[in-house]
Design a protein around this ligand. Structure first.
Ligand SMILES: CC(C)(COP(=O)(O)OP(=O)(O)OC[C@H]1O[C@@H](n2cnc3c(N)ncnc32)[C@H](O)[C@@H]1OP(=O)(O)O)[C@@H](O)C(=O)NCCC(=O)NCCS
Length: 201
């Protein structure tokens, strides 16, 4: 069966709200900056890049255009409540690997939207021909590790004292991975692939 590429925007229910999931474009820049301002310092502390810096946001927008990053936004009305990024280095020795990042606004968490975004990213990874997704976080990000493990990611590597926080303290980094194609093949085997393609608007 030939997979149908994912179409956006899509709409999902979260409590009383209808959330729109769409591809991020450079027209989302201002809403993205407003979203970043809602993130608690502890979350920002452990992102590999300082997304509060305008130059980092500019580079993100540029990478959307060049295809190095695929990003989705989850919107509640005009407000962005969640973002994803799949970072791909096509000229590296791992063109089949995407690095997944996902961030929800504190008010949007715990309502199932993070899970929906992650599932969208798995579908995007398949569309992009990726075989593997990796996610990196410090070992003290216990909640995020639990969420990723619940979605089928497994710890694959531990890099000791790899991350320096803003105070210069060193933290261990865990690399979690997910074999997207194996999971998709299992879903197809159990007749779940059609369910993964539904919901486009
Ligand atoms: C990780 C994150 C994206 C999850 O988003 P979310 O919208 O809160 O997640 P959901 O409500 O969809 O929950 C997904 C699953 O994780 C579980 N979960 C959510 N928060 C959890 C927590 N704090 N501790 C343990 N499990 C948790 C939920 O129970 C759910 O499992 P279930 O579907 O089996 O019930 C969000 O918490 C976040 O942005 N964290 C900060 C950024 C970060 O650490 N990102 C990861 C590094 S890239």
């Amino acid at each position: 069966m030939t997979p149908v590429p994912r179409s956006y925007p899509r709409r999902v229910h979260s409590g009383d709200s209808q959330i729109e999931i769409a591809r991020m474009t450079s027209s989302d820049r201002d809403a993205l900056v407003a979203f970043i301002a809602t993130l608690p310092p502890h979350d920002l502390l452990f992102l590999s890049r300082d997304i509060t810096h305008p130059k980092v946001v500019d580079a993100w927008m540029h990478s959307l255009d060049s295809g190095e990053i695929e990003s989705l936004v989850a919107r509640d009305g005009e407000l962005i409540i969640g973002v994803t990024a799949i970072i791909i280095d096509r000229l590296s020795w791992s063109p089949h690997v995407g690095e997944l990042r996902i961030l929800m606004s504190p008010a949007g968490r715990g309502k199932g939207v993070g899970r929906v975004l992650m599932q969208e990213c798995f579908a995007q990874a398949l569309d992009l021909g990726l075989k593997k997704l990796v996610a990196q976080m410090t070992t003290d990000q216990r909640a995020a590790i639990t969420v990723f493990e619940g979605m089928g990611f497994r710890a694959e590597a531990l890099l000791a004292k790899h991350v320096a926080d803003r105070q210069g303290r060193l933290h261990d980094l865990v690399v979690l991975s997910h074999d997207v194609q194996a999971v998709a093949a299992r879903h197809e085997l159990y007749g779940m692939s059609d369910a993964c393609q539904e919901g486009g608007t």
